[in-house]
Ligand binder design. Structure first.
Ligand code: ATP
Ligand code: MG
Length: 453
C-alpha cells in the first residue's frame, strides 16, 4: 500500500498541535487511521497522548472539556463543535471478568498503548510530522483484507470476550477475512461471550448484520451467533422440503439478510422472520409446510430482542415486519392503500423491501418474476406517496379539531367519522377537500343522530 498522507480536519490538527507544543507527544489512533488509510472519511478522530488527562485538559483552557472517562484516561475536547476524544497512553491490567481491565496504568510509551488494542488494523497511530507508527503490521493486514488479533488471539479474547464479536463485525463491515489463528480462537473461545453485557452484544451484532459481508461471516461463524442467540440454532440445516425453496431455513435466512438494505430494522427482521419455521414444520404428500410460522417467529423475535435490550422503536418495527412478512400481496392499489392505512407508508416500504429480499432468497425458478413483482409494488407505493394520494387519517384535509369545531362531541365518534371520510376519499367517491369533507361530516353526524351511524 502506498501510504497516503493523512490530513485530519482542522480541529483535530489544532488538538494535536496544542499537545505537542506543550511538550507531549500526540497521535491520531485506531479506527480513524484505519479508515483514512482505506481511503474512507473517518466518522470520528481519536487522539492518544503521553499527557496525563489533567495535563491534556490544561492544554485547552479556552475550549469545552468533558471528563469522559478520567479513570481510563479519556477526556473529550470540543473544538468548533467537533468532539475529539483524547486518551492517555495506557496499559490495561489483568481482566478477571473477561470484559474490563481490573486497573489501567498510564505509560509514556505509545508502543505499550498500541499493544493493548484489539486488532492490528486498529493498532496503528499517525503523527502529523513522523507519519505512521505501525508496530503490529496493521497496514499489511489492511492491504491483505485481514483481521488479526494483536498478539495471541486466545489470550486477547480471554481478556475481553467482546473482541470475538468485534472480529466478526469488522470482517463483515470491511469485507475482510479473519486470519486463521484469530478465526480458530473465535470459535474456540465463543463461550466467553456469556460474560458480556447484552447492550454491548447488541451494538456489535447490529453493526455486523449491517455489514456488507454479513452473510459470509454468519455462515462461517454461525456457531458464535448461536452461542449468544441460541433461539436461532434450530434453523441451521433445517430442510424445507418445499418446491418454493432451494435452501434450508438458515441459508435462506442469511441470503435474505444480505438481500435487504443494510438498515438495522430490516436486517434484524430478515434474521428473525423465519425463526419460527423449525418449530411448526408439518409434512404431507405435497411437501413441507410451515403454517402460521410468522406467529412463532414473532415470539422468538420478542425473546431475542428483549434479551438484547433492543430499543423500543426497533423492537416494535421488527416485530411488525416479522408478523406481516408472509402476507400475500395481490398487486392491487386497494390492498396497498389499505396496508398503508393500517401501518403507515414507511412500514409498508420496509415490509416490501423485506418481501423482496425474502423472495430473492427462495427458489431460483420463481426468483426473477417475484422480485420484479416486488419492485413493481415498491414503485406503486412510491407513486401513491409522491402523488400525495390520501391513505391515512393524517392525509385527510380535515382533522379531529375541525370536527370538534363543527359540533362533534369529544370522543370516539370523531375517529369513526374520520375513518368513514377516509373510506370515501380512498374509494374516490369524495374529494379530499376540506369543504366537501366537512359537509359530508355534517351529514354523517346527522345520520348518526338519526341512529344510522
Ligand atoms: P468504529 O468507530 O468505526 O466502530 P473503531 O475502530 O474506532 O471503529 P471503537 O469501538 O470506536 O472502534 O474503538 C476505538 C479503538 O479502540 C479501536 O480502533 C481499538 O484500537 C480500540 N478498542 C476498542 N474496543 C476495544 C476492545 N474491546 N479491546 C481492545 N481494543 C479496543
Ligand atoms: Mg470509533
Amino acid at each position: 500500500m502506498t501510504l497516503l498522507r493523512i490530513t485530519p480536519p482542522a480541529p483535530v490538527q489544532l488538538a494535536l498541535e496544542r499537545l505537542t507544543s506543550a511538550g507531549y507527544s500526540a497521535y491520531i489512533v485506531g479506527g480513524c487511521v484505519r479508515d483514512a488509510l482505506r481511503g474512507e472519511i473517518p466518522h470520528d478522530w481519536d487522539c492518544t497522548t503521553s499527557a496525563r488527562p489533567e495535563q491534556a485538559a490544561a492544554c485547552f483552557p479556552d475550549y469545552h472539556v468533558i471528563e469522559t472517562g478520567l479513570k481510563h484516561g479519556t477526556i473529550t475536547v470540543v473544538i468548533d463543535r467537533m468532539p475529539i476524544e483524547i486518551t492517555t497512553y495506557r496499559i490495561d491490567g489483568s481482566y478477571a471478568d473477561h470484559r474490563r481491565p481490573d486497573s489501567v496504568t498510564f505509560t509514556d510509551r505509545l508502543e505499550d498503548d498500541l499493544a493493548r488494542r484489539d486488532f492490528t488494523v486498529n493498532a496503528m497511530a499517525y503523527h502529523l510530522a513522523r507519519g505512521l507508527i505501525d508496530c503490529w503490521h496493521g497496514a499489511d493486514d489492511l492491504k491483505a483484507g485481514r483481521i488479526s488479533c494483536v498478539g495471541d488471539p486466545a489470550a486477547r479474547f480471554e481478556e475481553d470476550g467482546l473482541r470475538i464479536l468485534r472480529a466478526m463485525r469488522f470482517a463483515s463491515v470491511l469485507g475482510f477475512a479473519i486470519a486463521p489463528a484469530t478465526a480458530d480462537a473465535v470459535h474456540e473461545k465463543k463461550e466467553l461471550l456469556h460474560h458480556i453485557s447484552a447492550e454491548r452484544i447488541q451494538t456489535e451484532l447490529t453493526k455486523l448484520l449491517c455489514g456488507r459481508d454479513a452473510e459470509r461471516v454468519l455462515t462461517e461463524f454461525s456457531d458464535v451467533l448461536f452461542t449468544v442467540l441460541p433461539e436461532l440454532a434450530p434453523m441451521l440445516g433445517f430442510d424445507q422440503h418445499n418446491p418454493h425453496h432451494d435452501y434450508d431455513v438458515w441459508i435462506h435466512t442469511l441470503k435474505t439478510v444480505s438481500a435487504v438494505p443494510p438498515e438495522p430494522v430490516l436486517r434484524w427482521a430478515a434474521l428473525l422472520h423465519d425463526s419460527g419455521k423449525p418449530h411448526i414444520f408439518t409434512q404431507d404428500e405435497r411437501g413441507g409446510h410451515f403454517y402460521r410460522h410468522a406467529e412463532v417467529s414473532v415470539q422468538i423475535a420478542q425473546k431475542v430482542l428483549k434479551a438484547l435490550k433492543t430499543d423500543r422503536k426497533t423492537y416494535d418495527r421488527v416485530l411488525l415486519l416479522t408478523e406481516m412478512h408472509d402476507m400475500v400481496w395481490n398487486g392491487t392499489e386497494k390492498q396497498m392503500k389499505r396496508t398503508v392505512r393500517r401501518i403507515g407508508a414507511d412500514a409498508v416500504r420496509e415490509l416490501l423491501l423485506l418481501h423482496r429480499g425474502d423472495v430473492s432468497a427462495q427458489a431460483e425458478i420463481h426468483r426473477a418474476e417475484r422480485t420484479a413483482e416486488a419492485d413493481r409494488l415498491i414503485g406503486m407505493l412510491d407513486e401513491l406517496v409522491s402523488a400525495a394520494v390520501p391513505m391515512t387519517l393524517r392525509d385527510l384535509a380535515v382533522t379531529g379539531g375541525d370536527l370538534l369545531r363543527i359540533g362533534f362531541p369529544q370522543g370516539r365518534e370523531i375517529g369513526r367519522c374520520l375513518n368513514a371520510l377516509l373510506d370515501r376519499v380512498t374509494d374516490g367517491s369524495l374529494p379530499n377537500e376540506s369543504d366537501a369533507l366537512l359537509k359530508a361530516a355534517k351529514e354523517i353526524r346527522k345520520e348518526h343522530e338519526n341512529g344510522a351511524f
